[in-house]
Design a protein around this ligand. Structure first.
Ligand SMILES: Cc1ncc(COP(=O)(O)O)c(C=O)c1O
Length: 380
């Protein structure tokens, strides 16, 4: 069964006959012993703020972490090399195309340090994931933020004009799908630019959420890296694999480009427990489909709730959704916190919107009830 087939079947099984959403989760995870949710905090607060995976580590990854504790006194290089080899096998490439990071954010940081300079401005979308602009800030090099188009895709035409102005080198960050909007930029448009671009235009393509995408206009930029040393694809174990707290991500690029990134890596950055969890996760063939199924169940609750309350939302291809709030964003976030729910931070200039991450179905039901309560009080 393909991924969508699994998801549809999973959701039907999960949501049919549901009296409470916990039933939905139970059905979605039937046959996966030991998979306990990990998101609701001990004080009962629900975290729907950081695009984490509410399922937590998969049972196999949990076991792998426990089994690796006896070697946690050793430096992690052997385990890290194994992860690079496993990724290379899975991606159909070689280990010298792969670099690990303490989260994908470290790969983004290496790329900024390796390629941005006083002569190579950064070009990003607005709004987009803030780490890349943040990493360039101490250098005070030029950065140009190009607003997203009305359909919330990257304005690649404008970004290109800025990036290639006066034939200067530049670093272009394309977060696809984009955080915080959850929307995709059609890959054909990006690929076309990459095919024509001078090698001095470095593309940093962030695919942190690619496993969640089912939009047919989207394909990964991975196949481009061999022919285009100016393309770095960045991915993570934090999202679909539920490993955000363990910190492991990776970049894929031409070996020469990986070599340049390595000049900026911190030694032994991929820790031994994360590496073993990653190996177990990569070896678990159904893991992605199970995560997607739970995410889709949450998405369905979010869509139904926002439709019921006539709150506009963006078409998400990720594990979060951006929706209108009608009112002051700071007050909204504070009231949600008072209700025991952490939702996303402000993302200027979208200050009439809130990003909510998908939790477990029962957590989404609590969010939905809270929103209904806000509406009754005319808070939104
Ligand atoms: C688009 C994007 N890229 C990168 C990251 C960094 O994730 P990590 O460092 O956990 O891999 C995030 C985290 O939310 C993200 O949304």
């Amino acid at each position: 069964m393909d991924r969508r087939g699994f998801v549809t079947a999973g959701m039907t099984a999960g949501l049919a006959g549901v009296s409470g959403a916990g039933g939905a989760l139970g059905s979605l995870l039937a046959g996966v012993p030991g998979w306990g949710p990990g998101k609701t905090l001990p004080d009962g607060t629900i975290r729907l703020s950081s695009n984490e995976n509410p399922l937590g580590l998969s049972p196999r990854a949990r076991q792998a972490v426990i089994d690796a504790i006896p070697v946690a006194n050793r430096y992690p290089s052997d385990a890290a090399r194994e992860v690079e080899a496993a990724l290379a096998r899975q991606l159909g490439t070689t280990p010298d195309h792969v670099i690990l990071g303490a989260g994908s954010t470290e790969v983004l940081q290496m790329a900024v340090q390796a390629y941005q300079s006083p002569h190579a401005p950064m070009v990003v979308a607005e709004p987009t994931f803030e780490d890349v602009p943040r990493y360039q800030r101490p250098f005070a090099y030029d950065m140009v933020a190009v607003p997203l188009l009305p359909d919330m895709s990257h304005d690649l035409g404008r970004m290109r004009e800025v990036a290639e102005k006066d034939r200067r080198p530049s670093v272009v960050y394309v977060c696809n799908p984009n955080n915080p909007t959850g929307t995709v930029t059609p890959s054909a448009e990006l690929n076309e630019w990459i095919a024509d671009a001078p090698e001095t235009t470095m593309f940093l393509v962030d695919e942190a959420y690619f496993e969640y995408v089912d939009d047919p206009r989207y394909t990964s930029a991975l196949p481009l890296v061999d022919a285009h040393p100016n393309v770095i694809v960045v991915r993570t174990f934090s999202k679909i694999f539920g490993m955000a707290g363990l910190r492991l991500g990776y970049g894929v690029a031409h070996p020469g480009t990986i070599g340049r990134l390595r000049d900026f890596i911190s030694s032994n950055n991929a820790n031994v427990l994360a590496s073993h969890a990653a190996l177990a996760s990569l070896g678990d063939q159904d893991l992605v489909a199970r995560s997607v199924a739970v995410n889709d169940a949450a998405k369905q609750i979010a869509h139904a709730t926002l439709d019921e309350l006539s709150l506009e939302y963006l078409p998400t291809q990720t594990n979060f959704i951006m929706h209108r709030i009608h009112g002051d964003l700071g007050s909204y976030i504070g009231r949600m916190r008072d209700a025991g729910i952490r939702v996303g931070r402000p993302f200027p200039p979208m200050l009439g919107w809130n990003r909510v991450s998908f939790g477990l179905p029962e957590e989404m039901e609590r969010w939905a009830e809270t929103l209904r309560g806000f509406r009754e009080r005319s808070w939104m």
